[in-house]
Design a protein around this ligand. Structure first.
Ligand code: ADP
Length: 247
């Protein structure tokens, strides 16, 4: 065990598909309030790592410790409940509902029975929805139907739908894919807002964006960590250059 308390400690993580190790004895550690970016060529195992952390895929070996919890023993919904949120590439918003309604639906509700409690909860929901809407640049679009939002705004809305559940760790798969330049800039700003209270793991191919957001970069290749450190460190690492030029 390590002397430092990381938010997330992945150690010796391995998964085999028909004998092929898509993730092979992988270890990495994520701090609180950190933006970690995972990069690497296609097939390196990046998506599989996020699938393992969120419980979609079960590990063959290794451990994933999130605070004091061992995630490899937990089911997908238990991992969400423990505070890990995952955004996939395709938005899963409700197109025919408004921004407000999409956020409201994602608010984690208790099982209140009494009217007074329900009322109190509703007031709480409204203020939380407004707070999140402001964070994701949609405060003036609360009554807008999600269908008519731009591609970038839909991505932010889905991030908002995760944030309203107050996860400690957010995992995003290529968040700026298909975004305009100005949307990319605002997404970087959003991530910097998010890490005031959360940690983020991002899979990203856009190196300009990685440069803008990453505290540390983990470069994966053939299911393993090839290099890790600042963007400046990894982009000058001969092992990384060789792998990227080789592709
Ligand atoms: P990346 O996200 O870095 O492009 P992936 O994690 O998607 O890489 O895939 C890593 C490797 O694992 C690829 O060779 C892929 O074909 C394989 N793989 C991923 N998921 C499965 C699965 N469910 N069954 C079999 N092979 C898989």
């Amino acid at each position: 065990s390590t002397s430092k308390d990381f938010l997330l400690s992945v150690e010796g993580l391995t998964v085999s598909f028909d004998g092929f190790k898509a993730v092979n004895d992988l270890s990495f550690y994520v701090d609180e309030n950190e933006i970690r970016v995972i990069i690497g060529p296609n097939g390196a195992g990046k998506t599989t790592v996020l699938d393992l952390i969120c419980g979609r895929t079960k590990a063959t070996a290794g451990s994933i410790r999130f605070r004091d919890k061992e995630l490899t023993r937990m089911r997908e919904h238990e991992i969400v409940h423990a505070g890990v949120g995952r955004k996939f590439q395709n938005p899963s918003i409700y197109e025919d509902l408004t921004v407000f309604e999409n956020l409201e639906l994602s608010f984690p509700r208790g099982r209140g029975v009494f009217g007074a409690l329900a009322f109190k909860r509703d007031a709480e929901v409204v203020s939380r929805v407004e707070e999140i809407a402001e964070m994701i640049f949609l405060k003036n679009q609360l009554k807008t139907e999600a269908a008519i939002l731009s591609h970038g705004q839909k991505q932010w809305l889905e991030i908002g739908m995760l944030l309203i559940q107050s996860p400690e760790l957010l995992m995003l798969d290529e968040p700026v894919a298909g975004m305009s330049v100005s949307e990319r800039v605002k997404t970087a700003e959003l991530l910097h807002r998010i890490i005031q209270d959360h940690s983020v793991i991002v899979i990203e191919h856009d190196m300009k964006f990685v440069q803008d957001i990453a505290h540390r970069v983990t470069v994966m290749h053939q299911g393993k960590v090839l290099s890790e450190g600042s963007m400046d460190h990894v982009q000058h690492d001969p092992k990384v250059i060789e792998v990227y030029l080789g592709h």
